[in-house]
Design a protein around this ligand. Structure first.
Ligand code: GTB
Length: 217
């Protein structure tokens, strides 16, 4: 059964692949699962039909027969758990890869998201100039710890996994912030993720929504 995901009809990132449908597209591409995309407008996301799929009126969602999922992490986990290629077979290695999925979403993404939100919503506020260095410090702290753990390895724990997929998408949100450059191994890590053919296809397909070009699939 071909799953259907939802994505922005017009992404505010103008096709930079920063919205969270990109990680779901990437996971589907990694495992070779074809999928359909239903594009939704900001107003449609808050209407009953979409709220029936996503209680918070957001994208992405995932529909596969009777199954409806929301939360990009849960969707990527569902894809990884049901196809070969994104989680190791060995039980302990699998548990560690899942740990990295949680680390990406629970430990690394929150300070990055908080900073991104402040730069979008608080630039004109009187506290912005004082608050930004504190947000920067929190992000820098996490990047430093992650950089130390990654060292000169290609991926976080052995082979590429769903943990890397989520971590790379989380780190990409810092693109253009100037914060990644102090961590060359993280820059190389992101570049390795972005060089994967599955990522390229996912990126091109979400970009095609913005440019109006025919998708690669
Ligand atoms: N925890 C949820 C998940 O992981 O699925 C969060 C989902 C979420 O934040 N969805 C956003 C959304 O639907 C789109 S991805 N927002 C509309 C709303 O809440 O009304 C977040 C996002 C949006 C825009 C950019 N950007 O422009 O760079 C990047 C990321």
């Amino acid at each position: 059964m071909t799953p259907t995901i939802t994505a922005f009809e017009r992404s505010p990132d103008r096709g930079r692949g920063l919205a969270r449908d990109t990680r779901v597209r990437w996971a589907l591409e990694e495992v070779g699962q074809p999928y359909d995309v239903r594009l939704v407008s900001f107003s449609a996301m808050k209407e009953p039909a979409h709220l029936g799929l996503h209680p918070f009126g957001q994208i992405p969602t995932y529909e596969e027969g009777d199954l409806v999922l929301f939360e990009s992490g849960a969707i990527v986990f569902h894809i990884a758990a049901n196809h070969a290629g994104l989680l190791p077979d060995d039980a302990n290695a699998r548990a560690r890869a899942i740990t990295w999925m949680f680390a990406a979403l629970n430990t690394v993404e929150p300070p990055i998201f908080e900073r991104a939100l402040a730069t979008l919503m608080e630039r004109d506020k009187p506290w912005y100039e004082q608050r930004l260095p504190m947000l920067d410090d929190r992000v820098r702290g996490r990047l430093g710890e992650l950089s130390t753990r990654l060292g000169d390895a290609d991926w976080l724990d052995g082979e590429f996994s769903a943990g890397d997929l989520l971590m790379v998408t989380v780190l990409r949100r810092l693109d253009g912030s100037g914060m990644l450059e102090a961590f060359p191994n993280l820059c190389a890590y992101i570049a390795r993720g972005e060089a994967r053919p599955a990522y390229r296809r996912a990126f091109e397909d979400q970009l095609a929504v913005f440019t109006g070009a025919a998708p690669a699939n």
